[in-house]
Design a protein around this ligand. Sequence first.
Ligand SMILES: *Cc1c(COP(=O)(O)O)cnc(C)c1O
Length: 231
Amino acid sequence: MVKDNLMEVEKKVQAACERAGRNRSDVLLIAVSKTKPVSMIREVMETGTIDFGENKVQEMCSKMEEITEPLHWHLIGTLQRNKVKYIVDKAYLIHSVDSIRLAEEIQKEAVKKNVAKVPVLIEVNMAEEDTKAGIHAEETEKMVLEIAKLPNLQIRGLMTIAPFVDDPEENRVHFRAMRELRDKLAAMDIPGVEMKELSMGMTNDFEVAIEEGATMVRVGTAIFGERNYNI
Ligand SMILES: *Cc1c(COP(=O)(O)O)cnc(C)c1O
């Protein structure tokens, strides 16, 4: 069943790529497995998927211990500074860097653990929602320039969590603004910064995000089903 869901999502990803004149290989589908059991992750792995997203450090670490196959574990949730040490050498990509202090902690732990480059994305709160993590768009350039000075971090691009809306078209404006911000920063050619990735789009709006240039979409519910936080 999970496999069928993944196939459905895959078809939609392909269709969105076609509509936008993009190659399927330019968009990474990350299966967001938070709150879901290892057995379901294994089912998705059978399709050849290796990219999984988790939003809690502890949950990610325990799943990594259980599944020893070399997967790409993406940390997509808010990262507390005191948890950095547990994942700095394990996460394939940290999507949620939103402060200099967090970046400095990653730098410190990377040195301790001998990680030459920790790949990160800068999280932008494009819609400026009070409840969401991430920095405001106008702060992004300054933060990228600061973090670029930290030798053991590598900025790979930007991430956003768009508002929860009934009509995904409402988020198009935010996705487009993300792409424009990414392009502007990329044009600055900041040494050591690879401003390529755009992690945006979830179950509700990943097709619009792809049409607007997402290079990574983070899809949970459409693959694994609704989450139950009460267990
Ligand atoms: C949970 C989560 C997702 C996936 O959300 P769905 O709506 O279930 O697809 C994507 N990104 C982040 C940061 C999340 O926390």
